[in-house]
Design a protein around this ligand. Structure first.
Ligand SMILES: [Zn+2]
Length: 582
């Protein structure tokens, strides 16, 4: 585990302009530098590098990060490799194995898990080389040595304690149980979780092994077995193959989502390298967000049977809220009894890509499913169609897509567009203060308070006392806890007060989407933006609101509203914002 302090030190010595410029020629654009984005195809430059804040952001595809992130994304390096490469450039030596105080305790426990998984993966790879049955299985599926190496495939031999060969502390090490490699029986005996299986390492976007999927070689059950959830592995957040597919996804501006690891491997074997798989779970909002960040086009690929259609419908419902205008989600249903693996092996790459090109847009799939089983010639069935459609329309947050879908639904039901309910604004977590009757502009301003505080803090980390005050007075919604946490770490000197250090810290903590949002805002602002005034106003408003809420709560305890003086009664009725706080 590389200490956080080293990473921050490194970032303060590396100049991101040099790092990016050695790969992509940059042009001046106001206070920033710009180029056509190396991560997506475009004609006018939306890839922006800030020399003052030391990070990059693409307004086109959302690619973003510090110098470390650029090395990972552009050169396809893992986190550690990227750090080493940058350190070498500025003559720093990466310290090995030391930790960085209390904050590192968790990170280093996680590092031990990743370390154990990495060692296990090496063991499985070695075993694959000498297992005729596993080699025959992969060969039978057309998998070459090159692709097996790219995905780090291995083999867990039959038997109960094979991992003992590579872990001398097999009998005692807790980390093997925590990593999900070893199961402890009720009687305290230990045995390997994965036996007689082809092993598919699950790799994080940082390039670290965080779990395994195993496919049984013989007739055993279950056919597919995943690592259990561990501190480093959450199924609902991970996608198999994403690390290997990143480059291809960017190039195609499309990611194909399939159901099995073998599908991903088989597609890659046939030249379709932009596929990933969910890990035996339904599609989650995290998946959809992660996918939409990688490409403008997401194609879900499902079996054509009833189970496939149900899974597709769930993916559709999950996608509705995450979709923004300009992003496209499509659905592809395979012919009966086929999966992507069998399909591409028997029909080839061109036939598969043709199916991807013809995949059904989310809108068409939604209308078709809503209409299925209904006779749209009868008013009763049209009413039922409308009822189901309205529930879904209410979830669409993309403005133009929402309008177009309302139009399509209205046409299908033969009613006027205006008779459908207005698109519903997505409910935001409750914030301190704003009355429900406040106008929309003010509401959206207030809803963004935590984001704005975080933006100010990242831009001007020296304002951490002010940010800490605001976070302490806030209600803990949105990213307020993050603001408080960061402010605290800056106050103790644990984090260096530089924008790139904070961005890197956010990304390392898995808050990639938040970092992206904040960076996008920061890039739009002038370098001399009055963040201090902004933050002071936010802190004051929240503190005022909190005092008021406390008084109100105290008053409610002692008196029934009817006993209060008329002014106080009016406050209850108005939803509790004192005059002049907003
Ligand atoms: Zn881009």
């Amino acid at each position: 585990m590389i200490p956080q302090s080293f990473i921050q030190d490194l970032l303060s010595r590396v100049d991101i302009v040099d790092v990016v410029e050695s790969a992509v020629p940059l042009k001046r654009a106001g206070a920033n530098l710009a180029a056509c984005c190396p991560f997506h195809t475009e004609k006018s430059p939306s890839f922006t590098v800030s020399p003052t804040k030391q990070f990059y952001h693409c307004f086109g595809c959302g690619a973003h990060g510090t110098a470390i992130g650029f090395m990972m994304e552009y050169h396809g390096l893992g986190f550690v490799e990227a750090v080493k490469e940058l350190a070498a450039r500025v003559g720093m030596v990466v310290p090995a194995g030391e930790t960085d105080g209390a904050r590192q305790a968790n990170a280093s426990a996680n590092a031990h898990i990743v370390d154990a998984l990495t060692r296990a993966s090496r063991f499985f790879k070695d075993r694959l080389r000498v297992s005729e049955a596993a080699i025959a299985y992969l060969k039978g599926r057309g998998v070459t040595g090159e692709i097996a190496a790219r995905f780090g495939l291995g083999y867990a031999p039959d038997g109960w304690q094979n991992l003992e060969a590579t872990f001398s502390d097999y009998a005692t090490a807790d980390v093997l149980v925590e990593a999900g490699l070893v199961i402890r029986s009720d009687e305290g005996r230990r045995y390997d979780r994965f036996r007689d299986r082809v092993m598919f390492p699950i790799v994080s976007t940082r390039g670290e092994i965080i779990g395994f999927g195993g496919r049984v070689l013989g007739a055993g059950e279950p056919k597919y077995l995943n690592s259990p959830e561990t501190p480093v592995f959450e199924k609902g957040r991970e996608l198999y193959g994403l690390f290997q597919a990143r480059r291809a996804i960017r190039e195609a501006d499309r990611v194909i989502v399939v159901e099995g690891y073998m599908d991903v491997v088989a597609l890659a074997q046939h030249g379709v390298a932009n596929a990933v798989a969910t890990l035996g779970t339904a599609t989650t909002p995290f998946h959809v967000q992660k996918l939409l960040r990688q490409a403008d086009h997401v194609t879900f690929c499902f079996d054509g049977d009833a189970a496939g259609r149900r899974a597709a419908w769930r993916a559709l419902e999950t996608s509705l809220q995450a979709l923004t205008d300009g992003k496209h989600v499509n659905f592809l249903f395979l012919p009966d009894k086929e999966d992507p693996d069998s399909f591409i092996r028997s029909h080839g790459r061109d036939a598969f890509e043709e199916m991807v090109d013809r995949a059904e847009p989310l809108s068409a799939f939604m209308l078709r499913e809503l209409r299925s089983g209904l006779d749209m010639a009868t008013p009763e069935d049209r009413a039922e169609f409308l009822k189901k459609a309205e529930a879904l329309l209410g979830q669409i947050t993309a403005r133009n897509l929402g309008l177009a879908m309302r139009d399509a639904v209205a046409r299908a039901a033969g009613v006027s567009f205006a008779s459908l309910p207005e698109p519903v604004q997505r409910a935001q977590p409750a914030q301190a203060g704003p009355s429900r009757r406040s106008n929309t502009a003010r509401a959206s301003l207030l809803n963004n308070l935590p984001d704005r505080a975080l933006e100010a803090l990242v831009a001007r980390p020296e304002l951490h006392l002010l940010a800490g005050r605001a976070a302490a007075a806030a209600d803990g919604s949105g990213c307020w806890p993050m603001v408080g946490d960061l402010a605290g770490r800056l106050a103790t000197g644990e984090l260096l007060p530089s924008p790139q250090a904070l961005v890197q810290w956010l990304v390392d903590g898995g808050n990639d989407t938040l970092a992206q949002r904040v960076q996008e805002q920061l890039m739009k602002r002038d370098d001399d933006y009055a963040y201090e005034d902004d933050l002071a106003a936010i802190a004051e408003r929240l503190e005022k609101q909190r005092r008021f809420n406390q008084q109100l709560a105290a008053a409610r305890q002692v008196q029934r509203p009817s006993d209060l003086p008329p002014e106080a009664r009016a406050l209850f009725a108005s939803g509790s914002t004192p005059a002049g706080t907003a």
